[in-house]
Each structure stands twice: as C-alpha cells, then as structure tokens.
Design a protein around this ligand. Structure first.
Ligand code: ADP
Length: 497
C-alpha cells in the first residue's frame, strides 16, 4: 500500500487527508484556524497558528493510519492563496500576523496605482485586476508599516511567502524558500507569460527581489519534509504544491482547454482550463493552472462570486426562515417557480465579472403573494445566475464553448440548485464523488510529481457522483436570466463612493 499525504491549509481551517493511490480517503484530521479582525476590513491569521494547526492535523492523520515509512510516497500542499507573510530568514520569526486575502486595507494603495496608470500593465503581465485581494500591495503595506522592514528586506535578511511557502519553510526547518506557479500567479508580481518574477512590477510595487521565493512547477521535487516533525521514522518527499482553487480544478480532472469546475462554498470559485494558452476575457482573471516539471505552462480563466452559500447562511442566521442550509431546498421546493422574485446577494459587493464594491444586496419583484418559499428559491437561483455571469465571458473565450461544468463544495448537496444550474447554463452539471476535491487534487498532483500516475490515468478514472442534464426550455431559461441581469443592474453602484 502507498499513501499520499495532502495538506489543505484553508482560510478557516487546516486539514490533512491521507489518500491511497485509488483516491480513497484513508485518514483525516482538521482544526479550526482563528481569525483576527483588528479593524473594519482587516483580516489576519497568526503564522504560528497556521503552522501549528497544519502540523497537528498531519501528525493526527498519520497517527490514525500508523503507516510504515516506506508507504508514504509523497506529501502535497494545497493552500489558501494570496495571504501574505513576512519573516526573518535567520530565525523563521514572522514580523507580523499574515494579511489574509480578504483583507481590504490596501484599497488606497490600489487606487494610487490606478491613478498612476499602472492597471493595464499589471493586467497584461499578471492576468489580474488591480485589487487588494492579491499579495503585492499587502507585502508593500508590511514593508511600509513595520519599523525597519524595508531596509532589512533590501539587506536580504527577510523572506516573503504565501501560505505554501511558509509551510515549506517550516516543513524543511528553514531550508526551503520555494513556491509554485499557481501561488506565484496570485501575488501580482509574477509574469504569467514568461513564468517568472517581473522586475518592472517589483519596481512599481517597491518590492526588493531578495524577498522572493524560487518558483517551481506545481508537480515537481520541492524537497523533503523532516520525518521527526510528522512522527515518521524518515523524511517524506514533497512532490506538489498548488493554490486551493487550482488544486480543485486538478482534482476534478479538468486538464484540457474548455474544461471547467465550480466550487460552491461560502463564495463560488469558477475556473476554466485554457490549455497552454493564457487567454483573456472581460471581467475575469487569467491565472496559472497546475503544471508538472518539463511541461509547457498551463493556464485557466477564473471568476470569483463573493456570496454563494453565504446567501443561504443569511436566510438562516439573519432572516431565520430556515433552520439549516439543507432546509433551503425543501422550502424552495414548496413553490413552483420564483414568482418573479430575484435576490441579488451583493452582500459584500459583486465579484466577477462586475467587480463592483459599491453594489449592495436587493430583493426585487415582490408582490402580495410572495412568500418565504420564493425568497429561498431566489437565493438558490442567485447562486446559479452568478455562476453564469462569471462563466459566460470565459466560455466565449475558448473555442467550442463550455461542454459541461464539474462541481464540488458544500452547496452542491442541493439537488434543486444543481438542476437549476444545469437549466440556466444549458449544459450538464457533474457533481463530484468527493466533497474534498481540493485535497484530492493536491494528492493526485503529488502522485503525478512522484511519478506514480499520469493525467490520462486520472482522467480515465474520474466519474461523477451524479449528472444533472438541462431540462428547462431554452426560451424559459433565457427569459429568467434576462430578468436576473436587470436585477443586477439595479443592485450595482448602490452605495455612494
Ligand atoms: P467553505 O469551504 O467556504 O466553508 P463549504 O464547502 O463547507 O464552504 O460549504 C458551506 C456553504 O455551503 C455554506 O455557505 C452553506 O450555506 C452552503 N450549503 C451547505 N449545504 C447546503 C445546501 N444543502 N443547500 C444550499 N447551500 C448549502
């Protein structure tokens, strides 16, 4: 028996799942990760807690399994992306808490860069929009706000990293300062065409290049994790690293141009593989997809929906019209259709393709006969409509468009939502067998990096748990979507800047 250990360091928890080479879960452990909100709009993690929680789950999962050392074939990392850390090379001591991807503190810096006319250059090189979401302005903020940090960065005594880099550093006792192409592509300092750090962007963002980790393909030899750390008699090769959404794309066996996945959690993350072409599409990001050593770079288009399952949480926690998320399906099924009600859940603005921080939520189309069932249905339908909003520009960019959508995440348990998604997209929706697509993707990538599998074998072995075919007439689907677009227009720019 051979096992792959997948570390999945997420925004709200650290998890470790041990898979066998068939992709079956053999052991797992999870710990919550504490969130810090020191000011409105700021979100931080404690780097020591990221590492200790991740390590604890790895030790727990491996202890459940009690494997012989030779059976652990590889370790792979999937991680929350963009979150920014800065530490001292000599001691590994962090200079501050990590600035989490959700943190908006650098909105002013982004506005300044936009005013300097930097946006087009940034978009062309990195594939990203100018937004506090990405690491570059967060790192710049740390260098500007921590006493002496910039001088020490220039002297080469500090190291920058995203969460993968921080885990690699700690797994190797400070010997590795590495990242992979998918994580690098989210920093806003990386030229995704040349696949290297970009001197012009570094100058623009005032980031000394001595801070940066070396970038490797996602499936490649990163080094070894010390055995004693993991409670094992010998070290384990680290053969893969990828950002969580790219790992999920891999875990859905979306390896070729035109293949897409959506992960429906709190938000929704939609990625469409574009092969070895870095395509552009209006309102969505171009980003690196997982690639293996010796292959040409791989790319994807990506759109994020900020509020997906969170709209269902809002029905539960703030309106109190459902007791748990699953009840949203039963309640929505009490009405035949949305009764003309549309809920635009722009509760924290709108993401792709609108990128409108001033949009706010609205429920429109109310008449005297509208009831809780219609509101629940409108919330679920909104998840599907927003997915189409993000997917449409992507699908138009690839030849042949979208043949099917592979889906995972907590809200895919909702059959009504999945059926409506197929109806609104007009293509089949394929629900994954495992809810743990991110960890599975990391494990597969780790197996690929260790030479234990191939993409062809993984693609052949992938089967959905269930397939939802479009059933609605094209005319009705188009009419519903048209009304949705009108509702979105009314939600946009609602609060005054
Ligand atoms: P995350 O990783 O973002 O925490 P999960 O993949 O665990 O998300 O999914 C949780 C989200 O899915 C929650 O926002 C919840 O409201 C939503 N959700 C869970 N079950 C259902 C369901 N049956 N119907 C609709 N939404 C659901």
């Amino acid at each position: 028996m051979k096992y792959i250990v997948a570390l999945d360091q997420g925004t709200t928890s650290s998890r470790t799942i041990v898979f066998d080479l068939e992709g079956t879960v053999r052991a797992q452990a999870q710990q919550e990760l504490r969130q810090y909100y020191p000011h409105p709009g700021w979100v931080e993690h404690d780097p020591a807690e990221i590492w200790s929680s991740q390590l604890a789950t790895a030790r727990q999962a491996l202890a459940q399994l009690n494997p012989k050392a030779a059976e652990i074939a590889a370790l792979a990392i999937a991680n929350q992306r963009e979150t920014t850390l800065l530490w001292e090379r000599a001691t590994g001591r962090p200079l501050s808490r990590a600035i989490v991807w959700q943190d908006r503190r650098t909105a002013g810096l982004c506005a300044q860069l936009r005013a300097q006319g930097a946006e087009a250059q940034i978009r062309a090189k990195t594939g990203l929009v100018l937004d506090p979401y990405f690491s570059a302005t967060k790192l710049c903020w740390l260098l500007d706000n921590i006493d002496g940090a910039r001088a020490r960065a220039e002297a080469g005594t500090l190291a920058f990293g995203t969460v993968d880099t921080w885990l690699l550093w700690n797994l190797s006792g400070g010997r590795m300062h590495l990242t992979d192409v998918t994580n690098a592509s989210r920093t806003q300092l990386f030229d995704i065409h040349r696949m290297q750090w970009d001197e012009e962007l570094l100058r623009l963002m005032r980031i000394p290049s001595r801070l940066l980790p070396e970038v490797r393909p996602s499936a490649s030899a990163f080094g070894a994790a010390a055995g004693e750390l993991l409670g094992l008699p010998q070290s384990v090769p680290i053969t893969a690293v990828a950002g969580d959404q790219q790992a999920a794309l891999f875990g859905q066996a979306c390896f070729g141009a035109g293949m897409a996945k959506n992960t429906y959690g709190t938000g929704a993350f939609i990625l469409l593989h574009t092969g070895s072409e870095p395509l552009q599409a209006p309102g969505v990001l171009t980003t690196a997809a997982c690639s293996a050593l010796g292959e040409p770079p791989q790319y994807a288009l990506e759109g994020s929906v900020f509020t997906a399952g969170a709209a269902v949480q809002w029905l539960r926690d703030e309106l109190g019209i459902i007791a748990d998320a699953a009840e949203s399906e039963r309640l929505a099924a009490t009405v035949a259709d949305n009764g003309g009600v549309y809920f635009v859940p722009a509760l924290s603005g709108l993401g792709a393709p609108h990128w409108d921080p001033y949009a706010r939520g609205l429920i429109v189309g109310l008449t005297r006969g509208v009831n809780r069932g219609h509101i629940a249905r409108a919330a679920l339908e909104a998840v599907a409509f927003q997915t189409r909003d993000a997917l449409e520009p992507m699908a138009q960019a690839v030849t042949g468009g979208l043949a099917e959508l592979r889906v995972d995440g907590g809200a895919t348990a909702n059959d009504l939502l999945m059926q409506f998604q197929a109806d609104i997209l007009g293509c089949p929706v394929l629900r994954a067998k495992t809810a743990e697509t991110t960890a599975l993707g990391a494990a597969w990538l780790g197996a690929l990096g260790a030479g234990l599998t191939s993409r062809a074998a993984l693609a052949a072995g992938w089967t959905p748990q269930r397939r939802f075919e479009p059933q609605m007439s094209a005319g009705r689907s188009a009419a519903l979507y048209r009304q949705w677009r009108r509702a979105v227009e009314r939600a946009r720019g609602w609060i005054e800047a």
